[in-house]
Design a protein around this ligand. Structure first.
Ligand code: C2O
Length: 370
């Protein structure tokens, strides 16, 4: 059976957050009794949102994007569309906050839960209908669909805030040489796109290592770029099952196995960006806080773009699994009207039906077969 959207009333402190993290509340706002609507794609006549490469974004675009994010950051913290709530959505789905039925108002028992879990690197979680199992959308075949819809709603909320139906998030074009450094639009400390918790040694134009494992290499930049292109070729052209990640069904243990792009470069880019002065590489370097950094959305824009390219261009349709346990897996998000929406994986497959696409910037790694 497919993984089901969680019971939002059962959100508790995240159990996978390391003990060295500050005490946080990961639970998106929810009032008991809220009824979810089923997802419907936007009308086919609505404008296509064209996501630009972050390093090519012009001033007018940047001003719009900054205004939208600053408005999102100013929404009352309990508005499901606020930036504050947006990162919680990610945290709740990634750190085991949905599942275990603990008294939600007893902070001490929560604290015990995540400390105990981290101490033993294993713990008891509950998935809806499966006591003892958590919901985890990483390291499995839900990775691309879940993040696609997370960005979809984030983008539409931003667009709504500035009254622009064409607004599209930028993507960090790390698969092309010109995008292989931290995107400068996020590095201005007076911008709402800024986050102080980042690796200060990796500011632009420091070259990005797509295979970063915690220490900077000293290979020359040209070589690093070639290596990055080889990695892209290898990871993006693996067969569909390996590309998407392993099956994960109701009742399964979490993290059956990551897809190729999720393992590399998705994970290394998170780590490369996070701040080594923080206990867990916050913000980008660890799940619970990753989406507190606005660059998360540009990073995941490109992750999503890899799926889009793979499915639409390289091997048309080859990632459209027919397994109902995949197609009918479901999640909850809040939309731009603050409505609670139930999305199924089958709703997520086709970006053009979702009315977004990506700026065409070429695929230099296509000729970089290792
Ligand atoms: Cu949900 Cu890049 O992580």
């Amino acid at each position: 059976a497919p993984i089901q959207a969680p019971d939002l009333g059962d959100c508790h402190q995240p159990v996978d957050v390391p003990a060295t993290a500050p005490a946080i509340n990961c639970c998106p706002t929810y009032s008991a009794g809220t009824v979810a609507v089923d997802f419907a794609p936007p009308p086919a006549s609505s404008p296509l949102r064209v996501r630009p490469a972050a390093h090519l974004a012009d001033r007018a675009y940047l001003a719009k994007y900054e205004r939208a994010v600053s408005l999102m950051k100013k929404l009352p913290a309990d508005d499901p569309r606020s930036f504050e709530q947006q990162w919680r959505v990610h945290c709740a789905y990634c750190d085991g906050a949905y599942g275990q039925k603990l008294p939600a108002d007893d902070p001490r028992s929560f604290e015990q839960q995540w400390r105990v879990h981290c101490a033993y690197c294993d713990g008891a979680y509950d998935q809806v209908g499966f006591p003892g199992l958590e919901i985890q959308i990483h390291s499995c075949w839900l990775f691309f669909p879940w993040h696609r819809m997370y960005l979809y709603f984030h983008e539409r909320i931003l667009g709504k805030l500035i009254g622009d139906e064409t607004f599209a998030l930028p993507f960090w074009n790390w698969d092309a040489p010109d995008g292989m450094s931290f995107p400068a639009i996020y590095a201005n400390r007076w911008s709402p796109l800024y986050d102080p918790r980042r690796n200060q040694a990796h500011l632009p134009p420091f070259p990005l290592d797509l295979d970063y494992s915690g220490t900077d290499t000293n290979i020359p930049k040209d070589q690093l770029i070639d290596q990055n292109l080889n990695i892209m070729y290898r990871q993006a052209t693996r067969k569909a099952e390996l590309f998407m990640g392993q099956p994960y069904r109701a009742g399964d243990q979490p993290e059956p196995g990551a897809g190729t792009v999720e393992s590399v470069p998705h994970n290394p880019v998170h780590r490369w960006t996070g701040d080594p002065r923080q206990p867990n590489g916050e913000d980008m370097g660890i799940f619970y806080s990753a989406a507190r950094d606005p660059v998360f959305f540009a990073h995941h824009g490109n992750v999503d773009r890899m799926w889009h390219i793979r499915r639409g261009l390289l091997f048309p349709g080859d990632t459209d699994f027919t397994d109902p346990d995949w197609l009918d897996a479901s999640f909850f998000f809040y939309d731009e009207e603050a409505r609670l929406v139930r999305v199924r994986v089958r709703d997520t497959l086709d970006p053009s039906a979702l009315r977004f696409t990506y700026q065409d910037v070429g695929l230099p790694w296509l000729n970089a077969k290792p």
